[in-house]
Design a protein around this ligand. Structure first.
Ligand code: IPM
Ligand code: MG
Length: 363
């Protein structure tokens, strides 16, 4: 029996192509793993009314980790129209499978390293090395939204401030949820000899929930006296990150702000082709490129697979296979530095699989 069971979830569009590329690299490091294909994505929404079928959830329960490609999603009304006729009248709502996986398996850490590999023509500046810790299960992502506010809510005095015809989305943040992601960020900083953790929030306006996040960070920071803590409002933070990206080391944020700053941080180091992500819980972790399924590129084998290859590298780190993880990262760095094989985003015309082969050849 293989040492690891890895759920293999390519999903839609170019998700399939970048996973194929990552497999070439994983095979080269000889990971002792069984890769089990799982159904996920648009096709299963249209045919079964569920983009994350129960059998895939069962598969994930029996795996050590998963590699996930990308998913196509559409606005609720459009999604409904693409269901097979038998499902049209069932009143099903499309929900993002990745958000569901994060919540179902309590994958509370969203880890997004953003490193400027030397020689990448897409680097905003050289030497950027930012690691984002994004809370991954609560905040505005809990999915509690009201298209019409139930009358009973207006019996709560504060609700008189809300227009009757407003739609509302609930932001819910707990002490436990805040504390565990902040602690994960500080633990990472300690282990990796990082100097600073910056807490991103909007506590000057969103006083209760973001106030909780900031206050919790100040408490947790006391346990890590060797690490500097600072904090910034999300709006100012987007300016500072562009103005002086070297000032930032480890960032920690509630879910939505983390979503926003992790895209910004990824763009500083090359954009979509380089943004990799780990959704990490106590028992399971799901690794993915942060880009989408790019339907217009599907079939062309054009997109950059480095984000997914770096996600596979993160998976190896998480499994405790440090040596193999380093082999992959060094090979990626070597190909970028050499500059001979470049996908279209990097100004070249190499294909997805040529990039994967080039990386594998350095291992
Ligand atoms: C991400 C993505 C997802 C998110 C989408 C696809 C639901 O933007 O992983 O950052 O908002 O979390
Ligand atoms: Mg995002």
């Amino acid at each position: 029996m293989a040492k690891y069971r890895i759920a293999w979830l390519p999903g839609d569009g170019v998700g399939k192509e970048v996973c194929e590329a990552a497999k070439i690299v994983l095979d080269k490091v000889n990971l002792d793993a069984e890769y089990i294909n799982g159904d996920i994505g648009w096709e299963f929404w249209c045919k079964e009314g569920d983009a994350l079928p129960q059998r895939t959830i069962e598969l994930l329960k029996n795996c050590n980790a998963a590699l996930f490609g990308a998913i196509t999603s559409k606005p609720i009304k459009e999604a409904q129209k693409e269901l097979i006729p038998e499902l049209q009248s069932k009143g099903l709502t499309y929900r993002s499978p990745i958000v569901r996986m994060r919540q179902l398996f309590d994958l509370y850490i969203c880890l997004r390293p953003c490193k400027a590999y030397p020689g990448n023509p897409l680097n905003y500046k050289e030497n950027i090395d930012i690691v984002v810790f994004r809370e991954n299960t609560e905040d505005l992502y809990i999915g509690v939204e009201f298209d019409k506010i139930p009358e009973v809510m207006f019996s709560i005095p504060e609700f008189s401030k809300i227009p009757k015809d407003a739609k509302i989305s609930i932001k819910a943040n707990t002490k436990k949820g805040s504390e565990r992601i902040i602690r994960a960020a500080f633990e990472f900083a300690r282990k990796n000899k990082r100097k600073k953790v910056t807490v991103v929030h909007k506590a000057n306006v969103v006083r209760v929930t973001d106030g909780l996040f900031l206050e919790t960070a100040r408490e947790v920071a006391k346990d890590y006296p060797e690490i500097e803590m600072d904090d910034a409002n999300i709006d100012a933070m987007t300016m500072w990150m562009l103005k002086n990206p070297f000032n930032y080391d480890v960032l920690v944020a509630p879910n939505l702000y983390g979503d926003i700053i992790s895209d910004l941080a990824a763009q500083l180091v090359g954009g979509l082709g380089f943004g990799c992500s780990g959704n990490i819980g106590e028992k399971l972790a799901v690794f993915e490129p942060t880009h989408g399924s790019a339907p217009k590129y599907y079939g062309l084998y054009k997109v950059n697979p480095i984000a997914t290859i770096l996600a596979a590298k993160m998976m190896l780190d998480w499994l405790g296979e440090k040596e193999k993880a380093n082999l992959i990262e060094n090979a990626v760095a070597a190909v970028i530095k050499e500059g001979k094989v470049r996908t279209y985003d990097m100004g070249g015309n190499s294909t997805t699989l040529q990039m994967a082969e080039a990386i594998a050849s350095k291992i």
